[in-house]
Each structure stands twice: as C-alpha cells, then as structure tokens.
Ligand binder design. Structure first.
Ligand SMILES: [Zn+2]
Length: 579
C-alpha cells in the first residue's frame, strides 16, 4: 500500500493536479485559490509545490496531500481515492489493496447493492405483469419512448415482496446492508421494500453511481404521497443531489448553461425532445450544496418555474443561497403550462422560445415586487423600496448593482444618488435585526507567521540569530512554535547552511504538520505582514503584557519584577511605534 501511495505522490505534482480542478494563482513560493470546500470571497486555500501539500486557512481549515484533495473533491473514501488515482496513472494497485485487507468498505457495498436493485426494478418493469401496466403508463400517459425509459433506468417495484425474498435468501445479503440502502425498512423481523407499487427512478450521481431512488405512484390517491424518496443514507444526501446529472453533465458543460427544474418528468420529457442541459432538484429550492456541485459544470443557471407562486418563493430563497457564489442566475416562467413536462408536450416551439428568454433573477424579483405594491402611493412605494433594498443588498457585483440601480431610478423618476441613499438607509435599518455573520478570516497569528518566515527564508541561520536577539523561547505562547524553534536553534548551531528540508526531517509528525501549515500560512497573508522586525517586537509586547498580567494577578505581587517588566514594555512599545 505504502508503495502505491509513494508512486501516486511521485507521479502527481500537486500544483498540476489541483490546478486541473481549480484556478491557482502564484503567491510567493506557493499558490493560492478560493477554497473549493467552503464558500469564500477572498482566497485562503494554499498549495505548496515544495512540500506537495494544500491547506485552507479559511472557515473549513482542511488540508492534506493529493490523495486527500481527491477524496474531498470527489467525496469518496481513502481506498476508493487510491484505487482511482492508481488506475488513472496505470499503477498496479490490486495487490496492494488486497494486502491491506479493506473489506469493510460500507459505501461501496451500498452502491453496489443499489446498482443491482436498480437493474432488478428495471427488469421488473419490462418483465412482470404489474410492471407492464406501469410501462404502459410511462409510454402512453407520459409519452416516453422505450429507449428513454431505459436510458434513465426507470423501473418498477411490484406490490409483493416475493421477488426480493427469493433473491435475498439465494444470495444471503445481510439484513443490515439492505436497510443501509434506504430502499428497505424493517417491521418486526422482516424487511420491506418502501417503493412497493411505485414507478422507481434511480438517483444517479455525477460519478454514475446509484445513490438512491425516488418512487411515484401510478395513480394519485388521497392519503398516499405521490412521490417518496430514499431517506438520507451513507451515500444519499438530498441537499447535494440532482436527478439526471449523469446523463446531462456533458451537455451542461458544452452549453455552459443548466436549466433547473423540479421533478423527474420535467427533466426526462424535455430530454427526449432534445433539451438536454437540464438538472432536477428534488425539492422546491436549490441548496448551497447543489450550487457548489453544479458550479463545477457551469456558472450560468436558469431556474424554470411553474406558473404558480411556489416558484416565486423559490426564487426569493434562491437569492439568499446564491449571494456568495460567482454565478449568473436567471429565471424562466412558463405561463402556458403547469410544468416543463406539460409545456414541452403541449408546444415545443413555445417551450423553446420561453427557455431562450430568461430574465435575470434580480430583475425577476424586482418585477414581482413592482406588481405587488402600488408605486403611486407613498406607503406602497415605501414597502416596495424596503423589499428592493434587501435585494440590492445581496448584489455583490458592482456592475450588476449599477445596472439595476440605474434602471430602477428611471422607473421611479429618482436620481441614482437619491435612490442609492434610500436603499442604503433601508438596508441599514433592516440590518439592526439580523445577526452578524461569523467572519471568514481568522485573527492573524504572529507566532505562526514568524515560523513561516524562518522556514521560507534563504538563510535560516541568520534569521534565527535575529529572532533570538529580541526574543527568548519563553516569549512564545504557542507551544508548537516554541518547540519547533528550539529544534531549529539546535540544528543551526552545527549547520550554518540549514535548509527547510533539514528542519522538516528533524521534526516529529505532529510538529511537521504544524510547521507545514506555518510555511503555507505566510503566503496566505498580504505581503505587508512579513516584516520580521515588526513581528518580533509584536510578539515581545504580547509576551511582556502576559507576564505583567500574571504577576499582578498573584496575591503577593513582586514589585521589582513588575517595574522591570513595565519598563521593558514601554521601551519596546516605543521602538515598535517607530517602525
Ligand atoms: Zn476552506
């Protein structure tokens, strides 16, 4: 196993590898990017070509090597990541995997079973008596062709569990695993198929794995849910899944545009008619997780809404979700049909025309408010502006902001300045009631910066001398920094040409991890933070203040030491101010 890991790391340069997923920009010795694993506006994701590591200094604080990046990016476990990377590089990994004895790979067991369940449902649709009734419904009532039904793997779960019982007992599939798929539930000592008597759609992720299912009844009945889904499982997370993505991802990439619809049929039917860059969300509003996923394919989304008001609410919720993403979002409203399935069946040309005339989501929502309030009355105007202020507050792009400001100012016969003033006033008032969001950036850690400067410097020994002219080891509040500096100090006594590699080689695993973080942390910060003298004095000041606090908090205050410390502090503070 170790051998395979070594080979993967040797063959994959971390900068090339991560750079093929996200755009990296040079920052000193390292590279910087916006973190792909959490939402942020300023980059805090660092990659080091020398150390072959990455780390996020923002909210998520994640870090690691090529393999851990791949694991996180693809949302897969370690074994799968190693397997896939080895495969890509043409390495022989099978022997290595066997020797490491990893049979307890629950996720891939669930995925494997899901795949077989999907195949079985599909088989039953075409080859059972009940299934053929469902097939007839799909073909004649919903107008789907047989090839489309097969393409999307649509299947049928009959009203009896007899089929399953036979398969389970023959193949000795554990009850536990069956329950873990979410397809089955337990009652007493028996397990039952929750999709009984339903048409079943496999939910296939972007990696073409069957992660779950949704089932629709053949006939709408009161008291019976029209659709049910697999509950959350190890492999199915509703918030991050799109129906259809495995079939439509390439079309979305090609067109750099994705139409977002609600249900399975709203994707499948247009697909059959040649509208292939669609994604279906299983719910009424798109989530942050879904936006993150789709933004790997495109930065342009069009929400296709039904004519009812649920669509409007979804648009408003979408505004909140997209505010931190750099994507363009538009809205299409179908006024001539209840949903895309019906629309494309009714009038393909009209459907196509509607899709080609999307309205920017900000404009869409401002238009809704304009219709809602009487802009000729003072109260109506005020209510409108209050809602508009909220929308404008969410627009982060200055060009778009100015565009709509200008447009709205004209419509309201106000000057742009006056309108902006009012919007600002209203959004400030609103802000009083909202909770301040947690800031993305952290407090700057001076001790860590200092360690970073030392590790990145061309002449480590001379920098170390400079450090210990001002500071002692006891001045450092971070134990890991003090411990690392102690080792560097010792090493530099015997080796005047000490390199960062020498240092890393002499650190324990824990300290090495810490030092690597510090090494990257430096390039994460703006360059003015690198002035070593300022940092040394700053650390000294903090250390003196801490010592003073400790002395004064004791019952028996040592006046001489205290005065001495205060004198030192004054002197250092004066020097610090003169930099
Ligand atoms: Zn992050």
């Amino acid at each position: 196993m170790d051998e395979v890991l070594q080979q993967i790391k040797q063959k994959l340069d971390i900068v090339d590898f991560i750079g093929s997923y996200i755009e990296l920009k040079r920052a000193g010795k390292n590279f910087k990017a916006k973190c792909p694993f959490h939402q942020e506006k300023t980059p805090s994701f660092m990659v080091s070509p020398e150390r072959q590591i990455w780390r996020c200094f923002g909210a998520c604080q994640e870090g690691g090597d090529v393999i851990s990046f791949y694991m996180k990016w693809e949302n897969i476990d370690f074994i799968t990541a190693v397997k896939e990377l080895a495969e890509k590089l043409g390495l022989d990994y099978s022997r290595a995997l066997r020797s490491s004895g990893t049979s307890s790979n629950l996720k891939s067991e669930i995925l494997g079973l899901n795949k077989r369940i999907a195949n079985f449902y599909s088989y039953l649709l075409f080859n059972s008596k009940e299934g053929r009734i469902a097939l007839d419904y799909l073909k004649n009532k919903r107008g789907l062709s047989e090839s489309i039904i097969k393409k999307f793997g649509i299947g049928f779960s009959p009203s009896t569990d007899l089929y399953w019982k036979r398969v389970f007992s023959r193949e000795q599939i554990s009850k536990q695993l069956l329950l873990k798929t979410g397809v089955f539930y337990a009652r007493g000592s028996e397990v039952y198929d929750r999709f009984q008597s339903r048409i079943v759609f496999p939910l296939v992720n972007i990696r073409s794995e069957v992660v779950g299912f949704s089932g629709r009844v053949l006939e709408d009945k009161e008291g019976v849910a029209k659709y049910i889904n697999t509950p959350e499982t190890e492999v199915y997370h509703k918030r991050e899944s799109f129906f259809g993505i495995d079939q439509t991802k390439d079309y979305i990439r090609d067109k750099n545009l994705a139409y977002i619809v609600e249900g399975e049929f709203d994707l499948i039917k247009p697909y059959q008619e040649g509208f292939k860059n669609f994604l279906a969300i299983k719910g009424s509003a798109i989530t942050e997780e879904q936006i993150k996923l789709v933004s790997r394919l495109t930065d342009r989304l069009v929400l296709v809404f039904d004519s009812d008001s649920a669509g409007e609410n979804a648009a408003k919720r979408t505004l909140d979700v997209i505010k931190d993403f750099e994507i363009e979002v538009y809205v299409v409203r179908l006024n001539f049909a209840k949903d895309p399935d019906e629309a494309v069946s009714k009038d393909k040309l009209k459907f196509s025309k509607a899709l080609s005339e999307p309205v920017n989501i900000y404009e869409f929502i401002l238009n809704l408010y304009k219709q809602k309030y009487d802009l000729n009355s003072a109260y109506g105007r005020n209510s409108f502006l209050q809602e508009a202020a909220y929308v404008f507050n969410l627009i982060k792009n200055p060009v778009i902001y100015d565009f709509y400001l200008k447009k709205l100012a004209e419509e309201l016969s106000l000057s742009e300045n006056k309108l902006q003033q009012e919007l600002r006033f209203l959004s400030r008032r609103r802000k009083v009631f909202t909770v301040k969001p947690v800031k993305d950036e952290q407090k700057i850690d001076h001790e860590k910066i200092l360690l970073g400067i030392i590790l990145q410097s061309e002449n480590i020994s001379s920098v170390i001398d400079e450090v210990f002219k001002v500071l002692e080891l006891s001045d450092f509040r971070t134990v890991a920094v003090a411990d690392t500096l102690k080792i560097i100090q010792q090493l530099s006594k015997t080796n005047k040409e000490l390199t960062a590699q020498d240092i890393f080689d002499n650190l324990s695993a824990e300290l090495k991890d810490f030092a690597e973080t510090a090494y990257l942390y430096l390039d994460f910060l703006p360059s003015q933070e690198r002035r070593i003298k300022k940092i040394l004095y700053y650390i000294k000041i903090l250390s003196l203040k801490h010592k003073i606090k400790t002395i004064t908090s004791q019952s028996d205050v040592d006046e001489t030491s205290l005065n001495d410390l205060i004198k030192q502090l004054r002197q250092i503070e004066q020097e610090y101010l003169s930099f």
